[in-house]
Design a protein around this ligand. Structure first.
Ligand SMILES: [Ca+2]
Ligand SMILES: [Ca+2]
Length: 338
């Protein structure tokens, strides 16, 4: 039994006989010299909210299985109906094919765990099967004021089932990644068959975002290369109303191209792939973050400047007084700065 408990919570923190704070009884919560809280805090990543987020992967494993990359998206659809059952609503974890613990490494966005995942360009990719993205749900509707009487069920299917399956809506893909220097022709994220979408590192080392319907297709390429071994933040946006595809790179609009209108469905029966597929396009580099949302930045009533400022210079990167961490973040509200 003890062994089992240890395997769940292997780090229970530290014990100190001395107060970690200077004089909390008199309202001074700053850290004492030699405090046990020094450098024992963590850095976490807090993404800025997007509209209708349907998939969010932070690239740390589930903990007990290096092949399971959990999805942490939250989108309060109409079928988030009974609070007690939220946890049963669909999430879209990725399965890392040929992944081991060695794939997980430290990344720049978070340090509470190994928060980034490497892809080897050979035989590794991550996948969420179409069967999980293209389901139907039967929701029982129960009326609290009439427990014995009125009962009904509602079926959620097709485009009412919200997932990275894109029908005729706006959408965006956000990724934070780095390639091995010189890498070309690697898939970042795609769900594409006869129709669908893909985001990839192209043969010039730039980014290509492509969408395809039954009869029409469109794509946009970044104006610069990203395969230099540095971390890059990309948002690829498909705006139906404006009929535009937009690529934002490292916090700025980088390029735009004519897109597709609202009558073009991207529905397809392919699986969702990240970092490669079974037969082609394996990515060589490291992922820190990826998400897919069924709306543009404008739909989320935000813009690239606001999103980028939050994610890379937001208040979660400072203490409660606005001080930057000295070295590693200290535990508690206040960083020791004296
Ligand atoms: Ca991460
Ligand atoms: Ca510190």
């Amino acid at each position: 039994m003890l062994k089992e408990v240890k395997s769940i919570a292997y780090d229970l923190g530290v014990e100190s006989k001395k107060s970690p704070m200077k004089d909390p009884a008199d309202g001074d919560f700053s850290l004492s010299d030699g405090s046990a809280a020094l450098d024992r805090g963590v850095k976490a990543f807090v993404p800025w909210a997007t509209y209708a987020n349907v998939g969010e992967w932070n690239f740390h494993s589930a903990g007990n299985d290096p092949a399971r990359l959990i999805d942490e998206h939250w989108y309060m659809t109409p079928y988030y109906y009974v609070r007690d059952t939220y946890y049963r609503n669909p999430q879209f974890p990725l399965t890392g094919v040929n992944f081991t613990k060695a794939n997980y490494v430290a990344g720049p966005l978070e340090d509470w765990t190994k928060g980034a995942c490497t892809f080897n360009w050979q035989d590794q990719y991550a996948v969420c099967p179409n069967a999980q993205l293209n389901r139907s749900l039967v929701i029982p509707i129960k009326f609290r004021w009439d427990k014995s009487g009125q009962k009904e069920t509602r079926t959620v299917a097709g485009k009412d089932f919200k997932s990275p399956q894109i029908y005729d809506s706006n959408f965006l893909i956000e990724a934070y990644f780095k390639t091995v220097p010189g890498h070309t022709k690697g898939i970042l994220c795609q769900k594409i068959g006869h129709a669908g979408y893909s985001l990839s590192v192209n043969r010039s080392g730039g980014i290509t975002f492509a969408v395809r319907g039954e009869k029409t297709s469109a794509s946009v390429r970044s104006a610069v290369a990203v395969n230099d071994g540095n971390w890059h933040h990309v948002i690829a946006e498909c705006d139906r109303g404006a009929r535009k595809l937009v690529l934002y790179l490292n916090g700025r609009k980088n390029s735009t191209a004519p897109g597709i209108g609202g009558s073009v469905s991207l529905f397809n029966s392919s699986d969702l792939y990240v970092g490669g597929t079974p037969d082609r396009g394996c990515f060589h580099g490291t992922f820190e973050f990826l998400r897919i949302s069924l709306g543009t930045l404008k739909d989320a009533k935000t813009d690239i400047g606001e999103l980028y400022a939050w994610e890379f210079d937001g208040p979660f990167l400072y203490d409660f007084s606005g001080n930057k961490p000295r070295g590693k973040r200290d535990a508690g509200a206040l960083e020791k700065v004296d």
